[in-house]
Design a binder for this molecule. Sequence first.
Ligand code: GLN
Length: 536
Amino acid sequence: MKYIFVTGGVVSSLGKGLAAASIGTLLERCGLKVSLQKFDPYLNVDPGTMSPFQHGEVYVLNDGAETDLDLGHYERFVHCNLSRLNNLTSGQVFENVLKKERRGDYLGKTVQYIPHVTDEIKNRLYEVTDKSDVDILITEIGGTVGDMEGHIFLEALRQFALEVGRENVCFIHVTLLPYIKAAGEMKTKPTQQSVAKLREIGIQPDVIICRTEYDMSEEERRKIAMFCNVEARNVIAFRDVKNTIYECPLDLSQDKIDRIVAKILHLDIPSPNLSDWQRYVGRVVSPSHSVRIAVVGKYIALQDAYKSIYESFTHAGAENDARVEIVRIDAEDIEDKGAKEVIGSVDGILVPGGFGDRGIEGKIQAVQYARENNIPFMGICLGMQVAVIEFARSICNMKDANSTEFNKESKHPVICLQEEQKGIENMGATMRLGAYTAIISNKSLAHKLYGKSVISERHRHRYEFNPNFREQIEAAGLKISATNDETGLVEVVELPAHPFFIACQYHPEFQSAPNRAHPLFSGLVAAAMEYKSHRV
Ligand code: GLN
């Protein structure tokens, strides 16, 4: 078993997650079975309780774990099947240690950072690899070297490398080479200092990946190598990609990172076969068509809040030979100016998931605009709930129809809490989470798109389509085209009278990847292209 640890230095947001995922892509294409894992030093047990403004998207796994959005990159870049073991936070570490202490598991010992906390961290590395048949585990450590909260994780890695043998471990440090305009040069000092911090803890990195805006000169490479005590060929440039993040593995392969890692880990592996990835990137970079799709949400200002949705559009665009230009719309803008003014010129509309009532009426107006003007529409989670509310209000004459999340007094609570959700007080990990099976009815748009009747999709929500209103709403023309196989809960609704109007209670964006575009996103993009071609 081999291990790669990816740490970060100088600043955050260097693309450490993308670097880790890209190395995974390359090694997988050298024939290895790869898994990826993230250690997050913050104290939340998981990011499920954090605001998207704090943390970006919460990425949900099949087993219902609410995880860091980097796990989304891992699943998109590598064919790995991740579980809750693949995201460890300080919150989980301390929760486990304190539970053990209360149970008396430590047999009267003083419970200490070393060895008890470090053991807990190391155990997670063994746990992930013991239970799987992977050849190599890539673990990314969140935060920046030098952060107090990350220190204990690095200490655990130092110990771990001793335990499993240094020849089985590769430490990769991702840093920034800032370009100082006035001096006209890139500066290596922050990298030197951040590596010095790592070495203080006892970790000598084997590879340094330098995030740069410009190409790194040979002189700079040699300087970093000398000051950081690594071979010059192991100093790798990680340039800003021109078009798409899917270029990252191709960029890193230019500096032969797969060869370097193979040598460090004593792996005898062939060069990566990147032909399918190259073809995919080619399709993303130079498509023949283009469409504009509005994403009408609440966390629009934030690049990371709808990460998987934006990525899914890239995959779906590549499949349809189209560039998808995403028009980010703040739902409150529609409330202020009206739907026609704000989204009158787009070719498709998507209302994503969300929580809380800010912007809800704007989202409802967006759905109405799509429905009445035959504009391709897709709703996800809250997006499905507002589609049902809009239909109930406009077509079923239930003027005050709403979700009990937003109005507990409504006489027409078409979206409401499930029985099991009532009485739950804790916020963390208490939603309906993870993969559930749904059955799709024949002769539906959903069936046409998926091409099958049984699907498994990931969920993250509390509220549901209220079964008491099902008959009345269906009779008025909103088709329920998929339901949960055991509970009968509504999973997909669609409007047969509309060219493309579909909404799902689950999150399709968590299962879309390059060359594996999700059928719903692909369908929306195709419908938007069709709509655009007919528009005057
Ligand atoms: N707030 C809604 C619910 O809890 C929708 C959640 C979501 O869109 N992820 O059911």
